[in-house]
Design a protein around this ligand. Sequence first.
Ligand code: ZID
Length: 229
Amino acid sequence: GKRAFIAGVADDNGYGWAIAKSLAAAGAEILVGTWVPALNIFESSLRRGKFDESRKLQDGSLMEIAKVYPLDAVYDSPEDVPEDVKANKRYAGATNWTVQEVAESVKKDFGTIDILVHSLANGPEVSKLLSETSRKGYLAALSASSYSYISLLKHFLPIMNPDGSAISLTYIASERIIPGYGGGMSSAKAALESDTRVLAFEAGRKKRIRVNTISAGPLGSRAAKAIGF
Ligand code: ZID
């Protein structure tokens, strides 16, 4: 069977969860990466059976998550983590959550993966017009929503089996004006789409890994509700 790592699962409402279920139903082993600040609530909800109804697959069995890894995809390695984040209560309880460390942990625990899913985005100033977005907010949107895909591929490629596949989720606001999708999020999706073409070329040559992005339809996830979509 195939093994999948899905980055960006912190509840049962988003794309990451739905993709995990589809992959589980197709027989894949499921590993997830959960944003550090959301880790405790996600794990305790899983443990307490809060997601059992939505873990149900077509055949009546429950999706098993082989392991939940804390992840913050805006940091590539421990040297990149600022002191205030290190000291933050919500981060201090978890370890090894930079992209490089998560890839190392997955390698140690499972050896290889076949499928990498990027289902995460963050734009702190998403509710601001692009023309009123700060440099900091713009770069934060690109860091969390675009570079995170490059970083995940960079660090997971060495443990991906040949003929594997990577996928992310984009949004048509990259190409057309969608009022309300501000803060540089439209820019972040445009970067994500362009990067996908280049990464597909590079990962295809390096390891026969396919790299794609799918333009999502509307889904009432936590992220979508936060921006009033
Ligand atoms: P979600 O909240 O379930 O998933 C986002 C996840 O990212 C959360 O679990 C966060 O904890 C996690 N996260 C945030 N920052 C970090 C970080 N630094 N490190 C690690 N994890 C982090 O929301 P979702 O399922 O909507 O989002 C998944 C992907 O789908 C994202 O790339 C979205 O941009 C993309 N997407 C979603 C929608 C939607 O409707 N939900 C749309 C397009 C793309 C969309 O907005 N018509 C209107 C709107 C839309 C489509 C059509």
